[in-house]
Design a protein around this ligand. Structure first.
Ligand SMILES: NC(=O)c1ccc[n+]([C@@H]2O[C@H](COP(=O)([O-])OP(=O)(O)OC[C@H]3O[C@@H](n4cnc5c(N)ncnc54)[C@H](O)[C@@H]3O)[C@@H](O)[C@H]2O)c1
Length: 359
């Protein structure tokens, strides 16, 4: 029995999409280092958000392969699946920034909806006569649920009610994954996670943007009155949750992932300012003076909060890091990785692929 299990394990060829991005890079590292018997393929188009410098430490591992490619290119994807015969997919590739989705919604429909469908088609074409020991894991967001009032939590049965083009595109992709499960029997799991923070996040999102601005003593633009509320999860805890869902989640089920950790934006920014003042040996209160309130984002959801009790009770996962610890580690990472930050803010990270792979 053990022998058979080991054999199955060693035959796993997992395609992780979006592995050069923020969350994807932590997931790729986790799988490459924890499961040497798996073959891990990282497929990423290297858009502005994809940065192979995130994976420098594992890029020469025997069980890791990087593939540059676009999930919306159906010919390329069909051929790739036909050649590599991936047994599993962990799908993270997406356009992920709400503000960009407001400026260019079509790009979000293309990558997030069409791209997911192309992957589903390729997976179906390859395995529809043999779904055994295969899995399509779709990584999604809590934003599909829309907004909450002052109270309540999103559960796995909360009706979808997306408000931004980003959220609508993710909601649509979730529906297509479910539809492929219902219609063709495709074995899938979905998880919907709250806001992530941690090392390697592109400094357009709140926490890394503000860390960078505090370092450079630039204004900290807070939307509206700052009372927007989000649940925050340390990215390494998300990667651990993805590992759990991938290995022990039940097919056709959805798992909400969250940090049990709600913050109003303005309170979070103040804590961040205070921690940074201490770490940068600045006078307490100095960085808070950089806070400036800016015109609200259209369709801004008031509050997201996740009920993560299903994954906690059924899959024995819960966050391992408190927010204060996670934030402190995140700030330290950005302070200790000023070259990464410089390359990202200057655009120099884009040349890494050519240097590394087109020698
Ligand atoms: N960041 C969060 O707080 C959060 C929370 C919940 C869920 N999610 C979901 O997790 C996933 C990853 O989010 P992230 O924050 O790491 O995003 P990210 O923007 O940092 O990374 C996305 C990655 O996808 C790649 N990509 C984009 N378009 C592609 C295409 N057409 N083909 C191939 N690759 C492409 C990019 O190059 C990049 O490496 C997304 O699906 C997102 O919806 C994110």
């Amino acid at each position: 029995m053990t022998h058979i299990l080991n054999k199955q394990v060693s035959q796993k060829k997992i395609l992780i999409t979006g592995g050069a991005g923020f969350i994807g890079s932590h997931v790729v590292r986790k799988f490459v280092t924890t499961y040497p018997a798996y073959k891990i393929y990282n497929l990423d188009a290297l858009t502005y958000a994809g940065n192979l410098e995130n994976l420098r430490d594992i890029e020469n591992q025997d069980n890791y392969t990087f593939i540059k490619g676009d999930i919306t290119d159906d010919t390329f994807i069909m051929n790739l699946f036909e050649t590599e015969k991936f047994t599993d997919v962990i799908h993270l590739a997406a356009e992920s920034h709400v503000d960009r989705s407001i400026a260019d919604p079509l790009a979000f429909a293309k990558t997030n909806i069409l791209g997911t469908m192309v992957l589903l088609q390729a997976f179906k074409k390859l395995w529809q006569d043999d779904w055994k020991n295969k899995r399509f894991y779709h990584v999604s967001t809590d934003e599909v649920y829309g907004t909450l009032g002052e109270s309540g939590l999103f559960t796995e049965t909360t009706a979808y009610d997306p408000n931004s083009p980003y959220a609508a595109s993710k909601a649509s992709s979730d529906h297509f994954v479910r539809a492929y499960g219902e219609t063709y029997g495709l074995p899938y799991v979905i998880s919907n996670c709250s806001n992530n923070y941690g090392p390697n996040q592109f400094p357009e999102k709140l926490i890394p943007l503000f860390i960078n601005n505090i370092i450079e003593k630039k204004p900290l633009p807070v939307y509206g009155d700052g009372n927007y509320t989000r649940d925050w999860l340390y990215v390494l805890d998300h990667a651990i949750a993805i590992d759990k869902v991938f290995h022990t989640g039940v097919n056709t089920e959805t798992y909400n992932i969250g940090g049990f950790n709600e913050w109003k934006n303005i309170d979070l920014v103040k804590v961040l300012c205070d921690q940074m003042d201490e770490k940068l040996s600045r006078t307490k209160g100095e960085s808070q003076k950089l806070i400036t309130y800016v015109k609200d984002r259209p369709g801004h959801d008031l509050r997201y909060a996740i009920d993560a009790n299903k994954i906690k009770n059924k899959l024995s996962w819960e966050p391992s890091v408190t927010f204060e610890e996670g934030l402190s580690q995140t700030i330290d990472w950005y302070l200790n990785n000023s070259i990464w930050l410089k390359h990202v803010t200057s655009g120099a990270y884009k040349t890494y692929y050519d240097k590394q792979y087109n020698k």
